[in-house]
Design a protein around this ligand. Structure first.
Ligand SMILES: NC(=O)c1ccc[n+]([C@@H]2O[C@H](COP(=O)([O-])OP(=O)(O)OC[C@H]3O[C@@H](n4cnc5c(N)ncnc54)[C@H](OP(=O)(O)O)[C@@H]3O)[C@@H](O)[C@H]2O)c1
Length: 294
């Protein structure tokens, strides 16, 4: 196996976290400011608990201050909004993250819009999303931001490249498509979704394919062209009796069949996944520095 084809997200995210840690020490020494991140976790979804715990651990290891407010799944919307307001007003908090998904009786849009956009380190607030689209300074959602860093740091030539994004979610597909359009990346972008006629027509012409579908191993070798770069965002659980836990994690790309053809590819796990937390830390540090909004 030609290891040089693998874009190692674990390694790149460790480098970014080391940079954030160093800059955090410098910020503390120069100003006395410690980056602070508040997590709001509602209900007892085990996956959400794991995500919040690992983000909290990242805060500890980088020297951030963090606080987690765990609310019962039957909490009222108004209580959630009040808590967000408390963190909006707290000068020790530079980033607020409400772990999604929310219980059905709580309106996600209302909750996201209640977060002060200057503390919206997830980059989901419409102000940040709009600023991203017009190319102004904003918090960039962490997964798309991580993809951009993977491409840059792996020296992928994006200039004039045909980039195909599969998936149009607000957290991955739409923002990454807009970022790929930016002058400094300069790709020609197509966005595909479940109503796209003949997906292969797009993928076979793609120099860069970014897949965020949530469909295990959907992209096969006969759908991609020789020498393409494949970024696999998908995280899927598939049954696997050979594993003690009874399942394995896999991406939206059939890694083994595509490997021969690609020039570069991200694995799952160990590709895009680890970058998401690293970029959350970077956004929070930038907030503490007043780098995005002064
Ligand atoms: N690594 C990370 O940190 C990270 C972060 C976020 C998400 N993820 C993973 O990324 C995957 C996607 O999540 P998401 O939230 O971005 O998207 P999502 O909301 O799950 O939506 C899936 C997208 O894929 C499209 N799609 C589904 N089947 C398709 C098909 N056969 N052909 C073409 N397009 C198709 C859908 O089209 P329609 O719009 O037409 O329905 C939709 O836009 C999931 O596996 C998720 O777990 C990973």
């Amino acid at each position: 196996m030609d290891e040089s084809k693998i874009i190692n997200g674990k390694e790149i995210s460790d480098i970014i976290k080391a940079e954030v840690k160093r800059e955090t020490e410098e910020l503390k020494a120069a100003t006395g400011i410690t980056p602070g991140l508040a997590f709001i976790l509602i209900g007892d979804d085990p996956a959400s608990e794991v995500y919040v715990r690992s983000k909290g651990k990242a805060c500890d290891s980088l020297g951030f201050y963090s606080v987690t407010e765990k609310l019962q799944s039957n909490v009222s919307e108004i209580e959630v909004l009040d808590l967000i307001q408390r963190f909006n007003d707290d000068n020790n908090i530079h980033g607020i993250l409400v772990q999604l998904p929310l219980p059905r009786h709580i309106n996600e849009e209302k909750v996201i819009e209640a977060i002060d956009y200057r503390k919206d380190v997830d980059g989901f607030h419409p102000v940040n999303f709009g600023r991203l689209v017009i190319g102004s300074s904003s918090y960039i959602p962490c997964t798309p931001y991580g993809i951009v860093e993977l491409l840059k740091r792996s020296k992928v030539n994006t200039n004039g490249a045909n980039a195909v994004v599969i998936g149009r979610s607000n957290i991955v597909g739409k923002p990454i498509a807009n970022l790929m359009l930016r002058k400094e990346i300069n790709s020609t972008v197509s966005i595909c979704h479940s109503a796209t006629n003949d997906l292969r027509d797009f993928t076979l012409n793609a120099d860069i394919i970014i897949v965020a579908m949530g469909k295990a191993e959907f992209i096969k070798s006969d759908m991609i062209k020789e020498g393409s770069v494949v970024i696999d965002v998908g995280i899927n659980r598939v049954d696997d009796t050979s594993k003690q836990r009874g399942y394995r994690l896999t991406g939206d790309v059939d890694f083994n069949s595509c490997f021969e053809k690609v020039s570069k590819i991200t694995p799952v796990p160990g590709g895009v996944g680890p970058m998401t937390i690293a970029m959350l830390m970077k956004n929070t540090l930038d907030s503490a520095k007043g780098k995005i909004y002064r």
